[in-house]
Design a protein around this ligand. Structure first.
Ligand code: NAP
Length: 497
């Protein structure tokens, strides 16, 4: 142990120490650097954490490499790993309020949302992948010739898990749980603005029995350490979630070092509302789809396509209902919409809406910042924009809905597929034959019919086009942390001596 290392605090309910977690120890950045963590609901400093350097990345990768090579994790049976993940699930349940408070204060999530959505979903990911650990197996192949062939599933090695600001706990869990059950070791870099739950998870995983070095956390700026981590020769696979632009950059780096790379990138999903839908239920879905997580949801539904006969009625309902969605104080259990997660997000959303207004958008409701401390923007509905308008074709990533009419199924399908993204999509209709017909033609990794954001750990999700490569969730995610090793035994010789 060096002078900058301390053992894990005896009390597991201690607040996150705000230090790097490397090789099972909490340490300061090699140059002592720190960075502020801002509370979005107040705009004021919440706490601070270590700001890792590239030397710290080297140390974290070395710890993960040593843990992988020693077999301390990959050498356990998958059922032993499953028991440890199941213990992590139990500890997350025991510390659920602490996790929810961290996620709420750090990301600006209304507390009920953090409890019900973030903590529940994250914990269930550990439970789900623990269950898959009881069924990990390879396969035997029938081949031509006299040989015995079996295919073994092996972990890939050291995984760099890089996550964005909007769902820190869930999106780290979508990587960590499947990577761990498959036997990999991990260096996790959370978004620099929202690192707190990752530090709590380091405590939880250690207490659950994950051996030292198997899970490491480096908090720090992606601009300073991201390239170094992605290109690091000690990293065997990169699992990235974030923007399309940074994802494309990281993909090039990973490609140049020939690493497997999975990417969950930007989205700009469309929701088709047919005139035959149950309008009362559908409008709840429409509103929830765009205000969920204050619109900072890669699979949000920020584009509403409405069959023309009900277009004016729908605009009227939105004008009436949206201003009444509980907005503001994130500590109030009734609040549905909180602040944006950072001053940068607030500036970006505000500027995009201003440009949309200048381009002729009709503001049905919202369209302005709220006069509250913190990074609040009023839920906004915009009409009269064409498919090429920036607010329609690009990802706004805020509580903003654009509404466009359509006349035919063909036109609706064309509009859904008209952006460069392809993450999620939705159809609201009472005609299931039409839903099947249309869903089959939508370019997206997931399509919800008569609902939105129904997600379960067993359901794979991910993008097509500029929304990414690969899938998270389900056995598909675990497979992306495994490689096949074919064992071919020639039975024609070798047994007679
Ligand atoms: P981002 O700016 O792309 O950042 C994502 C992560 O990459 C952060 O940890 C960031 O660190 C890091 N990073 C920055 N530069 C890097 C580099 N050169 N090399 C490696 N990593 C680097 O995305 P964001 O603004 O946090 O998140 C919003 C975006 O994520 C949206 O586009 C959203 O649609 C997308 N998203 C997609 C999914 C999905 O499942 N498809 C889920 C959630 C979010 P810093 O924070 O320190 O910059």
């Amino acid at each position: 142990m060096t002078l900058t290392e301390t053992p894990t605090p005896a009390s597991t309910t201690a607040p996150p120490p705000g230090r790097l977690f490397i090789g099972g120890h909490w340490r300061d950045a090699s140059d002592g650097g720190r960075m502020d963590v801002i509370a979005p609901a107040t705009g004021k400093k919440l706490t601070e954490v270590a700001k890792a350097t590239t030397a710290d990345v080297d140390a974290a990768v070395a710890a993960a490499r040593a843990a992988f090579d020693s077999g301390v994790w990959s050498g356990l049976s998958s059922r032993e790993r499953a028991r440890i993940l199941q213990r992590a699930y139990t500890l997350m349940r025991e510390r659920s309020e602490e996790l929810a408070q961290a996620e709420s204060s750090n990301v600006g999530k209304p507390i009920t949302f953090a409890r019900v959505v973030d903590v529940n979903n994250a914990a269930e990911l550990y439970e789900y992948y623990a269950s898959l650990g009881h069924h990990l197996d390879g396969s035997v192949r029938e081949i031509t010739g006299h040989a015995h062939v079996y295919v073994k599933k092996e972990p890939i090695g050291v995984v760099a898990a890089i996550t964005p600001f909007n769902f820190p706990l869930i999106l780290s869990s979508t990587k960590i749980a499947p990577a761990l059950i498959a036997g990999n070791t991990i260096v996790h870099k959370p978004a620099s603005g929202t690192p707190l739950s990752a530090l709590l998870m380091a405590q939880i995983l250690q207490e659950a029995g994950v051996p030292d070095g198997v899970f490491n956390v480096v908090t720090g700026s992606g601009g300073a350490i991201g390239d170094h981590l992605v290109a690091h020769p000690g990293v065997d696979k990169v699992a990235f979630t974030g923007s399309t632009e940074i994802g494309a950059h990281a993909a090039q780096l990973a490609g140049s070092t020939l690493k497997p790379f999975t990417a969950e990138l930007g989205g700009n999903a469309a929701n088709i509302l047919f005139a035959d839908a149950d309008l009362n239920t559908a409008m709840h879905t429409v509103i929830a789809a765009f205000v969920f997580n204050t619109g900072q949801f890669c699979m949000a539904g920020p584009r509403l396509l409405v069959e023309r006969p009900i277009y004016d009625v729908v605009l009227g309902i939105l004008a009436e209902a949206v201003p009444h969605v509980p907005f503001g104080d994130i500590t109030n259990p009734e609040t549905v919409i909180g602040p944006l997660a950072s001053a940068t997000q607030l500036e970006k959303v505000s500027a995009m809406v201003d440009r949309a207004k200048a381009a002729g958008a009709r503001v049905i409701t919202g369209g302005e910042r709220a006069e509250l401390d913190g990074f609040y923007y009023r839920p906004t509905v915009l009409a009269d924009l064409g498919a090429d308008a920036e607010a329609v074709s690009e990802e706004v990533f805020g509580p903003v809905l654009t509404v466009q009419p359509f006349d035919t199924e063909e036109e609706a399908i064309h509009l859904v597929n008209s952006t460069r993204y392809g993450l999620a999509s939705g159809i609201q209709t009472s005609d299931l034959a039409k839903a099947h017909r249309v869903a089959a033609r939508l370019e997206a990794g997931i399509t919800w019919v008569n609902g939105w954001a129904l997600l379960d750990p067993a359901t794979p999700f991910g993008g097509v086009k500029a929304s990414g490569w690969g899938r998270e969730g389900g056995p598909e995610a675990m497979a992306s942390y495994q490689r096949s090793h074919s064992m071919v035994f020639n039975l024609e010789q070798g047994t007679a001596q």
